[in-house]
Ligand binder design. Structure first.
Ligand code: NAD
Length: 494
């Protein structure tokens, strides 16, 4: 069963300032199906003048007297509840658009891309409403001060194509709840689902200029990052782009959150019972066709269990149903683009040249001549110095690396430029926790990996700067002001 539309979805306008406006340029974004390589969508391509217009709209929605930023969290919550309802109503559409653009297995896109937007909005409305925005600091050396938290302003939100809706709402749900306004720049590969955000905002009556969407490529993104009307940048994407954005924001002294790449380790301890955890193992190592930032693509196995771990992973990878991501049985769909497939195949070739043994995969699956498919691939006996063990591949390619003793496993796990995710596999919960505590990473799971909105998510080292999600996300979209109170005056009630 394929749910690809018979005709390409076509948009001719942008959603800016609460209106569907004509684009300033004549360029187009063409979305290609990773399943059959045909065009599934066309939108205008944003240029600098579109960004200017969107930032002006977001600026005025933020700055205006009596506007979004000055509403109470309860008032914003009413509008955002309507927005969540409209996103829920479009959940199936968002999931279809995501899968038809990036090849994500449909069951996953229904759960995450369709299901999370409304849930994230409601979650952050609840947190923002409960947050204490003003407090009195009694003072240590002097008199009392009033501490205020206020929305940081206009946010540039830039997202990648791998989990486009979930990552968009990890940003816009908290920022809207605290009173910021946003210019969202989706990835050209997954621009169609971003239009559902604009349509839902419009239908929900989100005030004009609070949410603006400008599709475009990296130049458009780079222009948005440096725009003088932007107060904060929230970016998810590659480490290379993150470095360049971080440099630009550093020069501007502009707050920035960077959610970047990873090369996370799954540490299989001596006593691990992988056979009882196959679903969780698949989730940690192969989810979303391997196109997941926190993917556990380095599997650290005790030397004595190396061959057994390789065999189990190889059977998991070779037994996965590969095919049309809209087919319910599909566990691994195509990669997002020909470029991404070339990149992944390039890494597989480097792994083979470097002497690692291919335990399974390594090629393109039989019978899938159209579409950007790559077989899930497991390399055995990989040297920790090999390119495939060090660089982010962003595809279904796993490297099993043998280790000698727990200290060696911890050393190897931490011997990475990145630090985003990771797992420990063990039947001893205490030991699992003790090892998890020693890993330099933003998030790690024991016998599972999961990202829950209640817990902060983000990376250390080259995996990023700052955190998203959790109650902590609210403060990343807020500024602090201290008001030293008149010693002769009363202390206000807060
Ligand atoms: P990418 O960096 O090429 O693009 C991401 C987004 O940034 C796109 O919208 C792109 O148009 C824009 N962009 C690119 N260069 C830019 C620049 N210099 N200035 C402003 N905008 C720019 O990444 P991608 O290929 O779309 O996504 C895959 C990468 O994203 C992987 O490295 C993956 O690990 C990472 N990622 C990280 C997380 C996380 O939470 N840490 C989550 C998902 C994906």
């Amino acid at each position: 069963m394929s749910t690809l539309p018979e005709q390409a979805v076509e948009y001719r306008t942008f959603y800016i300032g609460g209106e569907w406006v004509q684009p300033a340029g004549a360029g187009q974004i063409t979305v290609t199906s990773p399943v059959n390589e045909e065009v599934v969508g066309i939108t205008p391509d944003g240029v600098d003048a579109d960004v200017d217009r969107a930032v002006v709209a977001a600026r005025s929605a933020y700055d205006q007297q009596g506007g979004w930023a000055s509403w109470t969290p309860e008032e914003r919550g009413e509008v955002l509840e309507r927005f969540a309802v409209e996103m829920d109503a479009r959940a199936a559409d968002s999931a279809v658009r995501t899968t038809m653009s990036n090849g994500m297995p449909f069951a996953l896109s229904q759960q995450l891309e369709g299901g999370l937007p409304g849930a994230f909005v409601r979650y952050y409305v609840g947190l923002a409403t409960a947050q204490q925005r003003e407090e009195i600091r009694p003072g240590f050396l002097g008199g009392p001060a009033l501490l205020r938290r206020y929305p940081i302003g206009v946010v540039a939100a830039i997202v990648p194509w791998n989990f486009p809706q979930a990552l968009t709402f990890a940003k816009i749900a908290p920022l809207l709840a605290v009173g910021c306004t946003v210019v969202l720049k989706p990835s050209p590969e997954t621009v169609l689902d971003a239009y559902t955000v604009a349509e839902a905002a419009d239908a929900a009556g989100v005030p004009a200029g609070v949410i603006n969407v400008v599709p475009g490529g990296r130049e458009t993104g780079a222009y948005l990052v440096r725009h003088p009307g932007v107060d904060k940048v929230a970016f998810t994407g590659s480490t290379a782009a993150g470095r360049s954005i971080g440099e630009a924001c550093g020069r501007l002294l502009r707050p920035v959150t960077l959610e970047l790449g990873g090369k996370s380790a799954a540490i299989v301890l001596d006593d691990a019972d992988l056979a009882s955890n196959l679903e969780a193992l698949f989730g940690a190592c192969l989810i979303n066709n391997g196109q997941t930032c926190w993917l556990n693509s380095r599997i650290l196995a005790p030397r004595g269990r190396h061959d057994e771990v390789v065999e189990l992973l190889a059977s998991l990878a070779s037994g996965a149903t590969i095919g049309d991501p809209f087919d319910e049985a599909t566990q691994v769909g195509p990669l997002v683009s020909a470029r991404q497939r070339d990149r992944v195949e390039g890494y597989i070739a480097q792994g083979i040249e470097g002497g690692a043994r291919v335990a399974t995969g390594g090629g393109r699956p039989d019978g899938l001549d159209r579409g950007f498919y790559v077989e899930p691939t497991v390399f055995a006996n990989v040297s920790p110095d090999a390119v495939i063990a060090r660089e982010e591949i962003f595809g279904p390619v796993l490297s099993v690396i043998p280790y000698d003793g727990v200290d060696d496993a911890v050393r190897l796990a931490n011997d990475s430029e990145y630090g985003l995710g990771g797992t420990v596999w063990t039947t001893d919960h205490e030991k699992g926790l003790a090892v998890a505590r020693r890993i330099q990473t933003g998030a790690i799971g024991i016998n599972q990996f999961f990202t829950d909105p209640s817990a902060p998510f983000g990376g250390v080292k080259s995996s990023g700067l700052g955190r998203e999600m959790g109650v902590e996300a609210l403060s990343t979209f807020q500024e602090l002001q201290t008001v030293y109170l008149d010693p002769a005056g009363p202390v206000p009630e807060v």
